[in-house]
Design a protein around this ligand. Structure first.
Ligand SMILES: [Zn+2]
Length: 460
């Protein structure tokens, strides 16, 4: 039985736009039918529905320091990724579960406002401030799930296995909140995370290893061997040159090469960053069917480097986007930063297409969405299909540029020119979680966030 009906000026499918699309949903927000009709029905929206953006990499607590670590003082040391990481550890050491929840609720509400309908939370801040586990091992994960529930966004909580301070090194004091000593400890955490996810119908749990430097090689192999494809697997890899050097010194191999040689890398793997690759690694990732999660605004902010997109594209490699440290939250901007970094070094304008064919904006949206869905453990290949929950971001048809663009130029108009003011709203399972920039509890959420940030003093 139809519970909700929407009519959009247009709805994007893999085969192009359906004009005047009437979408009928059941009481759970699943799609019953999509049809093109001259007769509008239900809630009539002067906007274009696209599949909701997928945020495949997030560290929620880092939102509290977004845009900071930019007052550069003369310490005599380089101000790079590692100095930023020090500032980040300072924040990680102080957050309580309540503060984590307030920060994450604000962040996820902002993600929803920017059109994200799902987030993969790469979560490693597990324990209490003294490093001891909370009574509920997944206390912090439960807070992240509660935050997503309040914001209305889907969450894939990916609790991270984090065991050591570097290749062959004990963890340092500042990492004490992250640590699971053994695989058994980590699996217990995973089990508790599964229990925590039951509190929200739009939550599920992935599996992950923070990075090759953070877990002993035999344990990386054991975790990877035990993967059965029921959960997406996430790992940070090859973000920093120093990490490559340390890996080569320890293993005699570069990180991605080591992973390819020792684990059954496949389409269930989500390699976050993969910035510094040699030729065989580029080819190896693509041919394994694995996915790369690119975080262009954060990678740019941290000075990581540029992913070898052009070479990866030659092998039809899969990729998604994530906002990582949340210095940027606009998914369209992530795509632009990614594209423009490549254009600036290739002197070509065909990052997302093969020369002479294709539609850049559409291809970018499609690639990022498809691998993004897989990163959530939801390997659906269709934007909108009967029986699937209706998750969409709706772009205003009244924005000056969209109002004057033909259907074939619409995706490009959005990808290359739009910002959050062009978004009419975001829908998850048929319900608006953000509309005209507002959500149900927004004022309360902002108030809590400001209170917590004032307590923390992070942004002073
Ligand atoms: Zn990360």
């Amino acid at each position: 039985m139809t519970a909700t009906t929407y009519t959009f000026k247009g709805l994007l499918t893999e085969d192009g736009w359906i004009a005047n699309a009437v979408v009928k949903l059941d009481a759970s927000g699943n799609i019953l039918s999509i049809s093109e009709s001259e007769k509008p029905d239900g809630e009539i929206i002067n906007g274009y529905a696209l599949p909701g953006f997928q945020n495949a990499h997030s560290h929620a607590f880092q939102y509290a320091m977004a845009g900071l670590a930019e007052l550069h003082t003369d310490t005599g040391l380089a101000d790079d990724f590692w100095s930023w990481r020090n500032a980040m550890y300072g924040l990680a050491l102080t957050l309580s579960p309540e503060q984590m929840q307030a920060v994450a609720t604000m962040l996820y509400t902002e993600m929803a406002r920017h059109g994200y309908t799902a987030v993969a939370e790469f979560h490693y801040l597990h324990h209490d401030k003294d490093g001891k586990p909370y009574a509920n091992l997944a206390e912090m994960g439960a807070r992240l799930i509660a935050a997503a529930k309040t914001a209305g966004i889907r969450i894939t909580l990916v609790p991270m296995f984090y065991q050591q301070g570097g290749f062959g090194q004990e963890p340092v004091e500042r990492q004490k909140r992250f640590i699971s000593n053994t695989i058994k400890d980590y699996y217990k955490l995973l089990e508790s995370s599964d229990a925590a996810a039951k509190a929200y119908e739009n939550a599920n749990v992935g599996i992950g290893i923070h990075s090759l430097r953070a877990v002993k090689p035999e344990d990386v192999i054991a975790v990877c061997n035990a993967l059965d494809g029921s959960r997406p697997f996430h790992i940070h890899v090859s973000e920093q040159l120093k990490e490559i050097e340390d890996c080569v010194a320890f293993h005699g191999k570069r990180p991605v090469q080591w992973l390819l040689d020792n684990c059954n890398v496949n389409g269930n793997y989500h390699l976050v960053h993969a910035t510094h690759l040699d030729d065989s690694e580029v080819k190896g990732i693509a041919q394994s069917g694995a996915n790369v999660v690119l975080c262009p605004s954060t990678e740019g902010n941290l000075g990581d480097g540029l992913f070898r997109f052009e070479d990866y594209k030659k092998y039809n490699g899969n990729w998604s986007i994530g906002t990582d440290s949340h210095v940027g939250l606009n998914p369209l901007e992530e795509l632009r930063i990614l594209d423009y970094g490549q254009r600036l070094i290739s002197h070509k304008r065909t990052t997302f297409v093969n020369p002479g064919q294709g539609n850049s904006g559409f291809n970018a949206l499609k690639m990022a969405w498809q691998a993004g869905r897989k990163a959530m453990g939801a390997p659906s290949q269709q934007f909108f299909a009967v029986g699937q929950p209706f998750d969409a971001v709706v772009l205003k048809a009244t924005s000056p540029l969209a109002a004057t663009a033909s259907l074939q130029n619409l995706c490009n108009t959005f990808v290359y020119t739009a910002d959050v003011s062009d978004i009419a709203g975001t829908i998850v399972s048929g319900k608006w979680i953000s509309k005209n920039g507002k959500s149900e509890k927004r004022e309360e959420i902002v108030e809590d966030f400001v209170k917590v940030l004032t307590e923390l003093g992070t942004r002073v």
